[in-house]
Ligand binder design. Structure first.
Ligand SMILES: *[C@@H]1O[C@H](CO)[C@@H](O)[C@H](O)[C@H]1NC(C)=O
Ligand SMILES: *[C@@H]1O[C@H](CO)[C@@H](O)[C@H](O)[C@H]1NC(C)=O
Length: 549
């Protein structure tokens, strides 16, 4: 999450790294290869079945059946004309007759009639009837793409996102992922379902304090943090003083109560206490509590530094809640109050990066660095934003400049792991694997306990020569070092989807979800998990075996 400064890689980048921009596309990459492999009989049977039954149907020529089917076909034709004239009730009546007339040994035609009738119900927005008719059609013709797509639309409209996803997944598989509109529908449903699952999970979840490392990194992302800057007398026994000592000694669990004491006493540091308490509410994912405290600081009679810090934090919260407009309003307000505070530009730059508004991101980071050239994190993120900008605009000259800037960053901040990591990322994009690996090793020398570095090394192996085994080995090493490394579980889950190990991938995504810190992260992870779950369900129904042999 950009706004917490926890990871230089927004999560969506992983999918791009692995070559699939849509979550639903991940397993498909793998399945597509299998479908194109002539030896994989099971999968070719998939489409063969429908063709066979059609052939058989056409071979029939019993006289009585023929006339019954002829009549049914005529009724259907009349139904189609009524449908196109917008006379849906008349069309429904005609399709009803076609269904009644249709002989039982013509299941594929009968499926069409149900499908035709459901088109009328769809026009009438009668979603339950649409679903029912599509279900009839699918019982008669289990590989009927149109029925899957229509039932998916009706399910989406009536709020049954699980069915909507499963059906669109079936359609995508039958269409061999060649139909863009189905993939786009799948992606939209996945995002909505992921968000729904994330909210449900968050409502159930007991707030957990993030790791000490995470909290330290979070505070370090503010160069002008007004709370760490205050120095207090050791003998001060006020609530805020207690909270501040707990912050220094990393005893984070006692901070909330100490702040509350200061606030209830209406003490001298009441606003500082509100800001600190809000910060921990943010870290715990208690959004409403955080928002209420931050509003008190922003609207209260207090210093500009406190207000600006509160505005930046509230803006970042708005990003998580996907309220971009309020987020940018808060940043604008902060910039107006304190135009020389580099934190405002640095954090706003991260938001623009997340929104892929590269022009704005680069100019924000440039401003942050200009105001505070010794702040390593802003400096390096500026380099990275410049890189993304150059890459998007295919500007070779700018790319050369970015590399020189990164080299300078490493010299200037040799203890900053982020500098090595982001530069390594740039180099592996440029397919300079050896140099990228060396940089990840250099980062390990600076930050040897950082498990995510092994995940990055694993990703290089994947990009370099699709070496899944080597990548998995490295990522497992990350988990050994830190069994709370959510990035490792997510990456491994994504790899297992691509290798066709859907069941294993579900476990891994589940684990990553338990560790996710923000709603955005959870939404993304649930989308991955839901996509894998839908593919597993469809493949079990059709007896597809995706595992690597
Ligand atoms: C009825 O089904 C046929 C065959 O699939 C199709 O060509 C026709 O467009 C359908 N009519 C409607 C109204 O959906
Ligand atoms: C690992 O390194 C990345 C990049 O420097 C940093 O964002 C992250 O917080 C670190 N994590 C741990 C657990 O050390």
């Amino acid at each position: 999450m950009a706004s917490t400064g926890s990871s230089p890689f927004p999560k969506w980048q992983l999918a791009i790294l692995l070559g699939a921009p849509l979550a639903i596309g991940l397993g498909y990459l793998y399945l597509r290869n299998r479908l194109e492999d002539p030896d994989k009989k099971k999968l070719s049977e998939l489409t063969a079945k429908t063709t066979i039954s059609l052939d058989k149907e056409e071979g029939k020529d019993s006289k009585a059946t023929e006339s019954a089917i002829d009549r049914a076909m005529k009724l259907k034709g009349a139904g189609n004309r009524a449908f196109h004239a917008g006379e849906y009730d008349k069309a429904i009546a005609l399709y009803n007759q076609a269904i009644e007339t249709c002989p039982p040994d013509r299941p594929v035609d009968l499926a069409t009639f149900y499908q035709n009738r459901s088109a009328c119900y769809e026009k009438r927005e009668m979603w339950e009837q649409v679903k029912e008719d599509c279900t009839f059609a699918l019982k008669l013709n289990e590989k009927y793409v149109k029925a899957f797509l229509r039932r998916s639309r009706a399910a989406e409209k009536s709020g049954d996102l699980v069915l909507a996803l499963e059906d669109v997944t079936s359609a995508c598989i039958l269409e061999r992922f060649q139909v863009q509109s189905s993939l786009i529908n799948a992606d939209r449903i996945l995002k909505a379902l992921g968000r729904q699952h994330a909210r449900e999970a968050l409502a159930r979840r007991r707030p957990v304090m993030p790791s000490k490392h995470f909290i330290k990194t979070y505070f370090a992302a503010f160069s002008e943090d007004p709370i760490t800057k205050i120095s207090l007398d050791d003998n001060d026994i006020g609530g805020f003083a207690k909270a501040k000592r707990a912050l220094t000694s990393q005893e984070y669990d006692s901070i909330e109560d100490a702040c509350t004491q200061e606030i209830d006493d209406n003490g001298k540091y009441k606003f500082e206490a509100l800001l600190l308490r809000a910060t921990f509410y943010l870290l715990l994912g208690r959004h409403e509590d955080a928002q209420s405290d931050l509003a008190k600081v922003i609207e209260g009679e207090t210093s500009t530094k406190l207000k600006v810090n509160a505005l930046i934090k509230r803006a970042s919260l708005y990003v998580q809640l996907e309220n971009t407009e309020s987020c940018l309003e808060d940043f604008a307000h902060a910039a107006q109050l304190d135009p020389r505070n580099s934190d405002v530009y640095h954090h706003r730059g991260q938001v623009y990066l997340l929104l892929e508004r590269m022009d704005e991101a680069t100019s924000e980071f440039a401003k942050a660095v200009e105001l505070n050239p010794d702040f390593s994190i802003a400096y390096i993120q500026k380099c990275y934003a410049d890189y993304r900008h150059a890459q998007l605009n295919k500007n070779v000259g700018a790319l050369t400049q970015v590399r020189a800037d990164f080299e300078r960053a490493i010299e200037k901040f040799p203890k900053c792991a982020e500098a090595y990591i982001l530069y390594a990322q740039v180099l592996s994009d440029q397919q300079e694997w050896g140099r990228a690996e060396a940089l990840f090793d250099a980062a390990l020398a600076v930050d040897s306990n950082n498990a995510t570095l092994y995940v990055h090394k694993g990703l290089v192996q994947l990009q370099k020569n699709t070496d899944f085994d080597k990548a998995v080995k490295l990522i497992n090493k990350a988990i050994e070092m830190d069994d709370k490394c959510d990035f490792a579980y997510e990456t491994l889950g994504t790899i297992e989807v691509q290798r066709g190990n859907l069941k294993r991938s579900l476990e891994l995504f589940e684990r990553a979800i338990e560790l996710a810190k923000t709603e955005l992260e959870m939404t993304h992870l649930f989308s991955l998990k839901d996509a894998a779950a839908a593919q597993l369900k469809v493949s079990e129904r059709w007896g597809l075996d995706w595992t690597v042999s």
